[in-house]
Write a protein that binds this ligand. Structure first.
Ligand code: NAG
Ligand code: NAG
Ligand code: NAG
Ligand code: NAG
Ligand code: NAG
Ligand code: NAG
Ligand code: NAG
Ligand code: NAG
Ligand code: NAG
Ligand code: NAG
Length: 518
C-alpha cells in the first residue's frame, strides 16, 4: 500500500477509535480497532515497566497483560494453605533443565533509521523502553553483518573485487549512523549485560558463484580454499571493527538462513550452504581463524534457520568433532513453527546436550497476504508468547525478536518485505507505539533473568493454559502463564515451601508470577 494512503487511513481509524485509557501501568492507550490497544509514547511521555522486586516470603507478585487492556498490571497477594481450584500446577524445583541466556531483538539498519527519525528525547524514551531499568531490560541483541533486506541498499564491508587480504575492509555508513550509536546507548543505559551476536546475510558479490549478494549463489570454490579463508577472515575483521567501537560480541552465527540462496532463490541478500559445506567451513576456515585472532571465546552458532531442519542439520555438522569443537550452539528461526513439532528441538537436545539452542529471529505479519503492521493486534502477542513458552519448554535458552523498531509500513526494506515489530515509529507525529508484542516480550525479558534455570511445573490434569517456570539466581521463582482461550481459567499454583497461589487467568492474557523460594 502507498505510504500516504496508509498514513491517512490510520489517521482516520485513529479518530474513529481513539480512546485515552487509564490503567495500571501508565499506558497511554490508543485503539486502532485491531482487537487491543497500543501504548503511545512521545518525547515527553512513555509508560514504564514495573520494577522486578522479589516479594517477601509468603507473598507473591502478579504482573498481568490482557487483550482487554492491562499492561504489566501489578498486584501483590499472599499464599494460601489449600488449593481453591481442581487444576493444580506443582513446582518441582529440584527437576531443572537449561540455563537461560536472555531475550532481545535485532539492531538492523531499518531499526536505526526509524529510531533516528524521532526527536532525541523520543529516541531516548524508545531505547529506555527496551534497555533501561524502567524498561523491559533486553539482554540479547543481534546485528546483521553488513546489509540485509531491512537495509535501504545492498552493500558489504568490502566491495573491492579480489581483495583477498581484505585491505579495503571497512564498516558502512549504516553501521556508524544506525547501528553502533544505538547499541552503545543500549549498553550504557542497561544495568544488565547484553549478549550481542552477529549474523551475515551474504558475502560480498565478488566472492560468490552468481556475482550477486541476492539470489541463488554460494561462495566460490571449496572449504579450505582462498574464498573460504577470506570469508572467515571477514568475520574476524567485523569483530575487530565493532570492538574498536566498544562493542564486544558475545556470539556469531555462521550464516543467516543458509538454505536461502540454495534451496530458495530469494530476491534479497542471502547465501546458500549445505550442512556439510557449513561443517567443513567451520572446521577448516572459520573456527581456526577465530581462534587464531583471539576470538575462540565468541559463541559460534550453526543453522540460524527453521526448526524444520532439526535435528538433520545439527547431525551433519556436529557429528564432525573437527567442526563441533568450535561450535557452542544451534540457532533457530520461528518461521513455520506452527507446522513443525517442538519435539524436534527436544530430540536435538538429546543428541547434543552440550550445545545450547537459541531462537535468533521471529516476526509477525511477514506473509505476503498478511497486514504487515497491525497496531494493537493482541493475537500477535499471544503468538509470540506461545512460541517462546514452547521453545523454553524444549531446551531453548533465549528468544530473539527481529527489528526492534519499524515504521508505519513495516519497513524500510529495500525489497518491500515489510513486517511487524513490537515498536512502531510514527516520525510524522514524533510518536512511537508499543504493540501488545512488546509486552509479551517484556513478560519474559524483564522477569526471567539471565542465568535462571528452567524448572518443572507439573499440571495435575489436562488444561488449555501454556506455562513454564524458572528459578532465578536470586532464588526467586518466576512462573509464566498464557491463556489464549476465550474464557477465564481458575488455577492453583503449588510451591511446597510457600503454599498455594489461588488465582484466575483471564481470557486472552499473559501472567507472570514472582515470589521468593523458601
Ligand atoms: C505526549 O504524550 C502526553 C501523554 O499522552 C501528552 O500529554 C502530550 O501532550 C504529548 N506531547 C506531544 C508533543 O504530543
Ligand atoms: C489482587 O489480587 C487479589 C487476589 O487475587 C484480588 O482479590 C484483588 O482484587 C486484586 N486486586 C487488584 C487491584 O487487582
Ligand atoms: C525432587 O524432590 C522430591 C521430593 O521433594 C522427590 O520425590 C524427587 O525424587 C526429587 N526429584 C529429583 C529429580 O531429585
Ligand atoms: C596478501 O598478503 C600476503 C602477505 O600477508 C601477500 O603475500 C600477498 O601478496 C597479499 N595479496 C594481495 C592480493 O594483496
Ligand atoms: C556482567 O558480566 C561481568 C563479566 O562477566 C560480570 O562480572 C557481572 O557480574 C555481570 N553483571 C550482571 C549484572 O550480570
Ligand atoms: C540454485 O543453484 C543450484 C546450483 O546451480 C541449483 O542446483 C538449484 O536448483 C538452484 N536453486 C534455485 C531455487 O534456483
Ligand atoms: C542480482 O540479482 C537480482 C535478482 O535477484 C537482480 O535484480 C540484480 O540485477 C542482480 N544484480 C547484479 C549486479 O547482477
Ligand atoms: C532467481 O530469481 C531471480 C528473480 O528474483 C531470477 O531473475 C532468476 O532467474 C532466478 N534464478 C534461478 C536460478 O531460478
Ligand atoms: C523430551 O524427550 C525426552 C526423551 O528424550 C522425553 O522424556 C521428554 O518428555 C521430552 N520432552 C518434551 C517436552 O516433550
Ligand atoms: C485506573 C488506573 O489504574 N490508573 C493508573 C494508570 O497509570 C497511571 C500512571 O502510572 C496511574 O497514575 C493511574 O492511577
Amino acid at each position: 500500500m502507498d505510504s500516504t494512503v496508509l498514513f491517512v487511513s490510520l489517521l482516520l481509524s485513529c479518530q474513529l477509535h481513539f480512546s485515552l485509557g487509564e490503567n495500571s501501568s501508565g499506558c497511554e492507550a490508543r485503539d486502532y480497532g485491531k482487537g487491543s490497544v497500543v501504548c503511545v509514547c512521545n518525547a515527553t511521555y512513555c509508560d514504564t515497566a514495573p520494577a522486578r522486586v522479589k516479594p517477601q516470603t509468603g507473598s507473591y507478585t502478579l504482573y498481568q497483560s490482557t487483550k482487554s487492556g492491562d499492561r504489566f498490571r501489578t498486584n501483590q497477594s499472599v499464599f494460601s494453605q489449600s488449593p481453591s481450584s481442581s487444576v493444580v500446577l506443582s513446582l518441582k524445583v529440584n527437576q531443572s533443565y537449561q540455563t537461560i541466556l536472555g531475550f532481545g531483538g535485532a539492531f538492523t539498519d531499518a531499526a536505526g533509521i526509524n529510531i533516528k527519525s524521532l526527536s532525541p528525547k523520543a529516541q531516548d524514551k524508545l531505547l529506555h523502553s527496551y534497555y533501561a531499568p524502567e524498561g523491559i531490560e533486553y539482554t540479547v541483541g543481534r546485528i546483521p553483518m553488513g546489509s540485509c533486506d531491512f537495509s535501504t541498499r545492498e552493500y558489504s564491508y568490502d566491495d573491492t573485487s579480489l581483495d583477498f587480504n581484505l585491505t579495503k575492509f571497512s564498516l558502512a555508513q549504516e553501521d556508524l549512523l544506525y547501528k553502533i550509536p544505538f547499541i552503545q546507548k543500549a549498553i550504557s543505559i542497561s544495568q544488565r549485560n547484553i549478549s550481542i551476536f552477529g549474523s551475515p546475510w551474504s558475502a560480498p558479490a565478488w566472492m560468490k558463484t552468481n556475482g550477486n549478494m541476492s539470489g541463488n549463489g554460494t561462495l566460490i570454490g571449496k572449504p579450505g580454499g582462498q574464498y573460504y579463508k577470506t570469508w572467515a577472515n571477514y568475520f574476524v575483521r567485523f569483530l575487530q571493527e565493532y570492538e574498536k567501537n566498544g562493542i564486544h560480541l558475545w556470539g556469531l552465527t555462521a550464516q543467516n538462513e543458509p538454505t536461502d540462496g540454495n534451496i530458495v532463490n530469494f530476491s534479497f541478500q542471502c547465501m546458500g550452504w549445505t550442512p556439510s559445506q557449513q561443517r567443513d567451513f567451520i572446521a577448516l576456515d572459520l573456527g581456526p581463524a577465530l581462534e587464531k585472532a583471539g576470538y575462540g571465546h565468541v559463541h559460534l552458532m550453526i543453522l540460524d534457520d527453521l526448526r524444520l531442519l532439526l535435528p538433520y542439520w545439527a547431525e551433519i555438522v556436529l557429528k564432525s568433532p573437527e567442526a563441533a569443537k568450535y561450535i557452542s550452539g544451534i540457532a533457530v528461526h520461528w518461521y513455520i513453527d506452527a507446522l513443525v513439532t517442538a519435539d524436534q528441538l527436544n530430540k536435538t537436545h538429546s543428541l547434543f546436550p552440550n550445545k545450547f539452542m537459541l531462537a535468533t529471529e521471529a516476526c509477525e505479519g511477514n506473509l505476503p497476504w498478511q497486514e504487515h503492521v497491525a497496531l494493537g493486534d493482541w493475537y500477535r502477542a499471544e503468538s509470540y508468547a506461545h512460541d517462546i513458552i514452547q521453545d523454553l519448554n524444549n531446551w531453548v535458552v533465549g528468544w530473539t525478536d527481529w527489528n526492534i523498531a519499524l515504521d508505519m509500513q513495516g519497513g524500510p526494506n529495500w525489497v518491500k518485505n515489510f513486517v511487524d515489530s513490537p515498536i512502531i515509529v510514527n516520525s510524522e507525529s514524533d510518536e512511537f507505539y508499543k504493540q501488545p508484542m512488546f509486552y509479551a516480550m517484556g513478560h519474559f525479558s524483564k522477569f526471567v533473568l539471565p542465568d535462571s534455570k528452567r524448572v518443572k511445573l507439573e499440571a495435575n490434569s489436562q488444561m488449555d493454559l501454556e506455562t513454564t517456570a524458572f528459578v532465578a539466581p536470586d532464588s526467586s521463582v518466576v512462573v509464566q502463564v498464557l491463556n489464549r482461550m476465550n474464557d477465564d481459567k481458575s488455577i492453583s499454583i503449588y510451591d511446597p515451601g510457600n503454599g498455594y497461589i489461588n488465582t484466575v487467568v483471564p481470557a486472552h492474557s499473559i501472567q507472570t508470577y514472582l515470589w521468593a523460594l523458601k
